[in-house]
Design a protein around this ligand. Structure first.
Ligand code: GSH
Length: 255
């Protein structure tokens, strides 16, 4: 089946962290999907603040998933990740046993006022200069992210290889799209030297199937630590990332 016949339509853009987590899961599990490119924050035709999209998701955010087969339409990356795992019985990534999924859920629910702040603290101020994000907001996000990174180092990864145990789960995908984007190999916006367990985990995550493909747009964006990327570079990174994902999603030999 090619993606045009898929029941799943994902609204998003590859440079968006929560969208990337969903793309990674679908690629990793070789589940075909359509990707409808969206422009975050815009009221234009493909904008997330366009009235037509707001009718689907009043919060105006991506990712947004439509599953035509099931008549389901949902927003919020964590809800989408859990939905997909339940629908397709991907219990290795979201355990069916409540005692094991409890830890995954714990991380997922803590993510939004925690690791997610990596984007507000580092990524957005460099990539979305047009937003003129107030310094007080950025400073507060840096503090929250700092605390979350410490808890990743000293708590979540203290005794296990991944966040919820020795096997990877959707909690790792969700955390990695935030933390991983800051690595020297991508935007180079954070120094991970004082965090050895986090560094080990970051390396292990690059070995997970479809890591490279789902992160193509970040590779294209490259190191932005010295200079913010031009608008055209951001557009190109999203478009080329999109093309690469759509043309390779059925390549069974990928990675
Ligand atoms: N809690 C949401 C956050 C989604 C989010 O912030 N998406 C951004 C793109 S990275 C967005 O859609 N922004 C557009 C807007 O707020 O208008 C999730 O995990 O899905």
């Amino acid at each position: 089946m090619d993606s045009s016949q898929s029941n799943l339509t994902l609204y998003g853009t590859p440079l968006s962290q929560p969208v990337r987590a969903v793309i990674w899961l679908l690629l990793m599990q070789k589940e075909s999907f359509r990707l409808k490119l969206m422009n975050p924050g815009s009221k234009g035709e493909i904008g997330t603040r366009n009235p037509d999209f707001l009718k689907k998701n009043p919060n105006g955010t991506i990712p947004f998933l439509e599953d035509n087969e099931a008549g389901v339409a949902i927003a919020e990356s964590q809800a989408i990740l859990v939905y997909l795992c339940r629908k397709y019985n991907w219990y290795d990534l979201y355990p069916i046993d409540p005692a094991r999924s409890a830890r995954v859920d714990w991380y997922l629910h803590s993510h939004h006022r925690g690791m997610r702040e990596a984007s507000l603290a580092f990524f957005a101020p460099n990539v979305r200069k047009d937003l003129h994000i107030p310094k007080s907001l950025i400073d507060s996000a840096k503090k929250t992210f700092g605390r979350s990174l410490l808890s990743l180092e000293n708590f979540w990864l203290e005794k296990s290889r991944f966040i919820a145990g020795d096997d990877i789960s959707i909690a790792d995908l969700s955390a990695y799209v935030e933390v991983g984007q800051l690595k020297p190999e991508f935007t180079n916006l954070f120094d991970f030297k004082p965090f050895p367990k986090v560094r080990r985990w970051l390396t292990d995550m690059t070995k997970i199937n479809s890591h490279d493909l789902s992160h193509t747009s970040l590779t294209i964006l490259g190191d932005i630590s010295k200079e913010s990327p031009a608008v055209q570079k951001i557009i190109d990174a999203n478009k080329l990332g999109y093309k690469s994902i759509m043309s390779n999603q059925f390549d069974t030999d990928q990675e």
